[in-house]
Design a protein around this ligand. Structure first.
Ligand code: 13P
Ligand code: SF4
Length: 302
């Protein structure tokens, strides 16, 4: 299967991009693995490939299409969505924009393309603080993740930030008990969590990072043991890149079922049949691209 995928990839001049939560075998066959910010940058930079196959969830593949509209962008499973992204409904976003006409709308990349198209700027978990800090407006509507919004509010006090009430069901599952138990069992371990975790989890963790931020933290830390508070798929890369360190899930491993809808078999079919292609309205691409490019401007990097 792996050989067939590699042959097809070469024949079709395709590049495979994969998110840090993908199954290990998908990560291992991908040309590039990263967090949402790195994957957005990569999708924008891709020059020679004709096709981008995006192994992740739909908003990520849409982001790749918006940033590289001349490329054919495929996702191996069209039903790999993000329930958090679906919590920001287009009509409700229009409503809040009308309610706060002077506010800037900051959309986490975990939003659908139609919502990006009516946003002022996008951000990821890796650069949310920097993006919000650089905004000229004093009033901000931040959507859709209330926990990432809370994280940003802790860092920035000179702006009024209105948080949308969305959350990620995967990160919402971490509990204070998970942290207490793990701290008792591994008192010398560093607890690192994603900013999509609830505020009470963020408050008692040792550090808060995007998925690739966790990889950097682990590399630079003197700790030998780490407790990981995010989707369990990241542990494959953490172990692979740090064979001398130990990694444990925070409580029972947490799984994003949509991320796990992508399999090697579906990746092969995707390349063979060139499906499922991401097609977006030109106007949506044009408007959403402004919000995404503003996020990628120098100074907004993590
Ligand atoms: P990262 O950008 O940190 O990889 O997060 C994406 C995501 O969907 C987290 O649930
Ligand atoms: Fe969406 Fe949560 Fe899955 Fe990330 S982990 S893709 S936010 S459902």
């Amino acid at each position: 299967m792996i050989n067939e995928i590699l042959k097809l990839k070469e024949k079709k001049k395709a590049i495979i991009l994969a998110h840090n939560y993908q199954f290990p075998e998908i990560q291992d066959i991908a040309d590039f693995v990263g967090d949402s910010l790195e994957l957005s940058r990569k999708a924008k930079e891709v020059k020679d490939a004709k096709i981008i196959v995006f192994c992740g969830v739909k908003f990520m593949a849409e982001t790749a299409k918006i940033l590289s509209p001349e490329k054919k962008v495929l996702i191996p499973e069209i039903d790999a969505g993000c329930p958090l992204a679906d919590m920001a409904d287009y009509d409700e976003v229009i409503e809040i924009k009308n309610k706060y006409p002077n506010a800037w709308v900051v959309s986490y990349v975990n939003t659908n393309a139609t919502v990006k198209a009516i946003s002022d700027v996008c951000c990821t978990s890796g650069n949310a603080e920097k993006v919000v800090r650089n905004i000229p407006a004093k009033k901000i509507v931040f959507l859709p993740d209330r926990n990432l919004c809370w994280y940003v509010k802790q860092k920035i006090s000179d702006k009024e930030i209105i948080c949308w009430d969305g959350y990620c069901y995967v990160h919402q599952k971490f509990t204070i008990d998970d942290i207490k138990q793990v701290k008792e069992k591994f008192p010398d371990a560093e607890v690192i969590v994603h900013p999509e975790c609830a505020p009470e989890i963020q408050k008692i963790a040792d550090g808060i990072y995007s998925t690739s931020g966790m990889l950097k933290r682990v590399k630079n830390s003197n700790s030998r043991k780490f407790i990981i508070g995010t989707e369990e798929g990241i542990i494959h890369r953490l172990k692979k890149e740090n064979p001398d360190k130990e990694f444990y899930s925070l409580g029972q491993p947490k799984v994003c079922f949509d991320m796990k809808k992508i399999t090697l078999e579906k990746l092969k079919i995707s390349l063979e049949e060139e499906k499922y292609e991401i097609n977006l309205d030109e106007k949506i691409i044009e408007n959403a691209r402004k919000a995404l490019e503003r996020m990628l401007e120098p100074g907004s990097e993590r």
